[in-house]
Design a protein around this ligand. Structure first.
Ligand SMILES: [Zn+2]
Length: 321
């Protein structure tokens, strides 16, 4: 049994006692109440569920389609063409399949980077699908089909954000958007402010070669809206100054090494993240639409590298709130 505690304790032949869905005790030869249902896992490994800090669950409706695409092919298909055809029920299907796929791969907690919510109906459907799927989820609400300063101002969207934020079935709610244009007027500032008003963290693809780069970090830093616990996805093509800004404001980075190595975001910047002491976690990005093997390959326990704020909030023995 791998406890994944701070001492990296391994308990050969250990027991885990679960009472009412929560871990009550861990040890060897535990005394358990009469009638306890026993699962014999001898010969296997018992360990905490893995955490995926960035997963586009809706895309799993397409299963492994696009697994070998470059980022450009991905953008064209999902952002410009067929992504717009997804109906609310397609989101429900994608989220549920992705949830089962994650569990099957040992991932019990995911940040769902749900960035195709082009109508409030899509938003409600995606949210309810997460809340009723097995596993724990952070609902990162996004809409690539509208400007972030527009959809975050929509009263109907705010209703969904407030409902999911206050829903004990969810592990959290975040605002998901990118700063993709080099614009000194920084219109995305309104989206950062919406997050602040709602008391939500921001997760953003920052440092994706050719798509989001230093100017997004510069704009946000200069406006004073980079806050502790915000997540910067990939962070693969940033300057030293941008890493310093992420570190100085308490941000964390979500890596997807398999995706970064094959799609074109830039190579995983782990050496930079270690250099600047930025908490780092890993996830499967659009791999959620791929075969489960990718999740197994890409998503690892947080122990080998410092956990992000998302992962650090999650203790494997801590009950779901
Ligand atoms: Zn992504």
């Amino acid at each position: 049994m791998l406890t994944m505690d701070d001492a990296h304790t391994i308990v050969p032949g250990g027991d885990v006692l679960v009472v009412d869905g929560r871990i009550a005790e861990v040890g060897t030869a535990l005394t358990v109440p009469d009638g306890t249902h026993e699962i014999d896992a001898s010969g296997g490994i018992v360990m905490p569920g893995m955490v995926d800090t960035h997963r586009h669950m809706w895309q799993t409706a397409m299963r492994a389609y696009g697994a070998d695409w470059t980022l450009t092919q991905y953008f064209v298909w999902y952002y410009l063409q067929y992504g717009k055809l997804f109906r609310p029920e397609d989101y429900v299907a994608g989220n549920l399949i992705s949830a089962l796929d994650a569990i099957e791969s040992g991932t019990t907690t995911s940040v769902d980077w749900s960035h195709g919510l082009r109508t409030p109906e899509h938003g409600w459907a995606a949210y309810e699908a997460l809340a009723t799927s097995p596993g724990r989820y952070v609902f990162a609400y996004g809409n690539i089909h509208a400007a972030p300063w527009e959809w975050t101002a929509d009263p109907e969207v705010r209703k969904i954000l407030e409902a999911s934020r206050d829903d004990a079935r969810m592990y959290g709610t975040q605002i998901a958007f990118d700063v993709s244009d080099q614009d000194e007027n920084f219109p995305e500032l309104a989206a950062y402010r919406a997050a602040k008003e709602l008391g939500l963290r921001v997760t953003t693809h920052a440092g994706v070669w050719g798509a989001t780069n230093d100017w997004g970090i510069k704009n946000a830093y200069d406006a004073g809206v980079m806050e502790e616990g915000f997540t910067y996805v990939h962070a693969a093509s940033l300057s030293a100054e941008s890493y310093q800004k992420i570190a100085a404001t308490g941000g964390n980075v979500s890596l997807a090494t398999e995706s970064e190595d094959t799609c074109g975001q830039g190579y995983p910047p782990l050496h930079q993240l270690r250099k600047y002491g930025i908490p780092t976690s890993s996830r499967s990005t659009r791999a959620s639409g791929r075969a489960p093997t990718c999740s197994r390959r890409c998503v690892r326990p947080s122990t080998p590298i410092a956990p992000s704020s998302t992962t650090s909030r999650i203790n494997w023995s801590r009950p779901r709130r």
